[in-house]
Design a protein around this ligand. Structure first.
Ligand SMILES: [Zn+2]
Length: 254
């Protein structure tokens, strides 16, 4: 079956079930149901960051900037049914992995179709992080004063500024799933930057509703994608992205 036919199935599933899923997760953040189709049968653990992505990473953790606690990639999973996990999202990942192996971005370009698939894949990561942020509560940070009341509030409520209202958080969450059912990503292409990299380790950072940076050392490629921001041309996006990457690593180096 072709990738496009698989994605038709994925979009159909999301469109048919998105209200059921988002209502259920908003009512019970840790609801044990497939986060893509809402099924409660044959649930598996879907990795938020797929294992093949951080294969060569020596650190294997990411920091959730909101409460500064390290979490290991391999332990960060969400419930997804067997079909959504391995047959649909897994198919998209295997297809992209093959493209990453085939195309050398130091002198070749991805096809238009592949670029749209990369955007869809990065959007699935954003959606998974939004679910994760709802499921995880703000934990005690070592050495800091702990306020039990705050410990009961999902991390999602602390994104960006402290005044993020639940209504705003839930509407962002709904639209993060909705966007996965949109076929064409053509109008988003300017917001995706493809970077040739020679770093040896996996690097990653993500800002909810904002952007993602993910470096796949094994394939010599990094992606920076702006989830919401649009750009008139590609060089403006690249300039903004490089500035954010530089600032991020300047901060973590000191
Ligand atoms: Zn499912």
């Amino acid at each position: 079956m072709s990738i496009q036919l698989k994605l038709v199935q994925l979009r159909k599933k999301i469109r048919a079930n998105k209200k059921k899923i988002t209502d259920a997760i908003i009512a019970e953040h840790s609801a044990e149901m497939c986060i893509i189709c809402g099924s409660q049968d044959q649930l598996t653990r879907e990795h938020v960051i797929p294992q093949w992505v951080y294969n060569r990473c020596t650190k294997r953790t990411f920091e959730t900037t909101t409460n500064g606690i390290y979490q290991t990639y391999n332990k960060t999973t969400l419930p997804a049914c067997k079909d959504c996990n391995s047959n649909l999202l897994g198919y998209l990942e295997r297809h992209l992995k093959h493209e990453f192996e085939r195309v050398d971005v130091s002198h070749q370009e991805f096809t238009h179709e592949t670029l749209e698939l990369i955007i869809l894949w990065l959007e699935t990561l954003e959606y998974k992080f939004q679910v994760l942020d709802l499921r995880r509560n703000l934990n005690k940070v070592k050495g800091a004063e702990y306020i039990p009341f705050i410990g009961k509030i999902p991390i999602a409520m602390f994104q960006g500024s402290m005044d993020t209202s639940p209504a705003k958080v839930f509407s962002n969450f709904r639209s993060a799933l909705q966007v996965l059912s949109v076929k064409s990503k053509a109008d988003r292409l300017n917001s995706l930057c493809i970077i040739h990299t020679i770093n040896k380790d996996f690097h990653f950072f993500h800002s909810t509703n904002n952007f993602i940076f993910i470096e796949l050392a094994e394939f010599g490629i990094a992606f920076f994608y702006f989830y919401k921001q649009s750009f008139d041309d590609h060089s403006a996006a690249t300039e903004s992205a490089m500035k954010i990457v530089e600032d991020h690593y300047a901060e973590t180096d000191t």
